[in-house]
Design a protein around this ligand. Sequence first.
Ligand code: ADE
Length: 240
Amino acid sequence: MKFDVLTLFPEMFEPLKQSIIKRATEKQIIDINLINIRDFSEDKHNKVDDTPYGGGAGMLMKPDVVDRAYNSVKSKNAKVIYLTPQGKRLNQEKVKELSKEEHLILLCGHYEGIDQRVIDKIVDEEISIGDYVLTGGEIPAMVLIDSVSRYVEGVLSNESTDEESFANGLLEYPQYTRPEIFNNEKVPEVLISGHHENIKNWRREKALENTFRKRPELLENIALTDKEKSYIEKLKKEVQ
Ligand code: ADE
């Protein structure tokens, strides 16, 4: 999968040169190409921004410069995403959907934003990573690349995404490793029993409990068995 990132700050993307994303890049499963928008300024001072018509705070990225940067990477099959707090909120479902694309072009705004005309011309979709405002789209672009790459075949083992939080609409169950006793607390007995069916049932129950306690609204969107529904009712009574 190819990511082309249009940004004024390519140096901000160092975190993607570590760990799992680094390995996926080395194995050429994903390709992250950083394009410095400033390289496409035709101004003798390399100007990339200007004041807004009508007045107001800050500077806006110039449409012609952004458009030339885009033209240097555009392709027929690419989807162009503009990272902006005005976009649709990124969630795991969207992440999975984007992982099926072959080429994403990520446009990062900085300063007060980008001239609307180039947004209208090139952008297919606007995405936000949450209801708060960051100094630019670079961190959101990294969040998107990291979360989407995890679903690209070969980046992780499949089991890693099968059981994690949100994969089945629930938060994940708690996990434990050695030592068996830590701080006078023993690992739950069932996990050392070797009884796979019991372990599976225990994990499902704990995932339900975790979700009920931390993100109860998620339970509204998933199908539960009658037994699971009465388990949730029992938890509700306990907190009353
Ligand atoms: N740019 C600035 N803030 C942002 C956010 N919350 N999501 C996406 N892009 C942004």
